[in-house]
Design a protein around this ligand. Sequence first.
Ligand code: ZN
Length: 82
Amino acid sequence: MSTPTVAPVEVTPDADVRPTPDDGDHDRFAHYVRKSDLMRGYVEGEAITALCGKKWVPTRDPERYPVCPTCVEIRAAAMREG
Ligand SMILES: [Zn+2]
């Protein structure tokens, strides 16, 4: 079985974010985005915005990239604040 390259945090059922790959050609990270934004991106082909502010159109397999450290920090802070 394949495993994610990096899994620094658990994605809990009530966390409205999930790692999604950056489609840029320089820094390839999996970024956390809101599920609603991700689905819109897949369905409508619109650019979505990650927690860190990165914007791109989701197309790639998220397990192929390490998770964006900025997204991890922002998500962790949001989880702590509840
Ligand atoms: Zn990010």
